[in-house]
Design a binder for this molecule. Sequence first.
Ligand SMILES: Cc1ncc(COP(=O)(O)O)c(C=O)c1O
Length: 394
Amino acid sequence: MEYSDRISTLQPSAIREILKVTQDKSVISFAAGNPDPESFPARDMAEIASGLFRESSSDALQYGVSEGYTPLRELTSERIKRKYNIGRDSDDLIITSGGQQVIEMTAKVFLNEGDAVLCETPSFIGALNAFRSYNANLVGIPMDDFGMDPDALEAALKKTPRVKLIYTIPTFQNPSGITMSLKRRERLIELSEKYDVYIIEDNPYFELRFDGEFVPTIKSLDSTGRVIYAGSYSKVLSPGIRIGYACARRDIIQKLTVAKQVSDVHTNLFFQMLAAEYLKTRDIDAHISKIREIYRKKSSLMCFEMDKNFGSRVGYTRPQGGLFIWCKLPDGYDGMEFCRICAASKVAAVPGSAFSVDENEIVPAFRLNFSLPTEEQIKTGISRMSEALSEYLK
Ligand SMILES: Cc1ncc(COP(=O)(O)O)c(C=O)c1O
């Protein structure tokens, strides 16, 4: 049997083999990207859920519209406009099954086979695979501490044929943790206009800031209608409810709506109603403040343990938010090899190469997640990793 070219481009990789060890309960995993379950507003959700089943089951269990449950669309639009100035009169908003679906549907709406997507390297695997599944030509743009290098981006825009999209995670980037400076955000918009391309701003982490200064979203700076904003409730309510959204020019949202109809008709209506009721009757901002405190504590513990155990053998930047720490090995070493040794020592991390446009690239880096492990696991896991490091750098 012949599978499609689309699916054949997505090969199971060596990384998945390493990550298989996380199924073993004795392995401490810093490999996931999951929120801390303590951050889920489970009690509020239970109360809302039982009310919904009692009073609104004929709506909650019925089909809905592809654009999303109207009160959730309105509450989301109102909140992101009021708090972050996201959305203009010419924009609209669609509810999606997570931020992942915004990326996948945008690829479907914009890309013909062979069209180019410029993205940060390293970048989020879920997005890279979505673009790969439409046989896009993925071009990685290097980053420094201020985000994507704008000169490298302009050079790529000049020389790459058929660029349609620039994909960026501007705040607490996954996996690097880097936040793009305001100046670079402005330049990105200028470049998108000059070269007639669209920007996907994927921003699931920006409300998880526990240090440093807020930087305006690219979407809020956009007066040209070229930014497709991908938002998500995964990291501020729960990823299991699978609720995200796109805010973009009305004509783009209409195309995304057609893609959504084909894909899954609409996002789970019960959970859309639950999220709407949560936004209406609870204080999501107070809830997010609590989440920030959980992550401030865990990230600071992980940094403390790394400083104590790794010393100068591993370089990293203290995160100001998000869920990840990007760690650099000395030049000439291989993150993949190191993660293999870690897995044998019962601690899991993701090798840097997993996030590269070219998965076979040797990257002297690895990504750690601090949101999911407990404090005890952070201490024990970093100590195990330090022993693996001694073995590897020997
Ligand atoms: C950068 C980035 N974008 C999008 C997503 C997708 O999140 P969701 O579909 O749960 O909203 C993730 C999930 O980890 C992510 O890291």
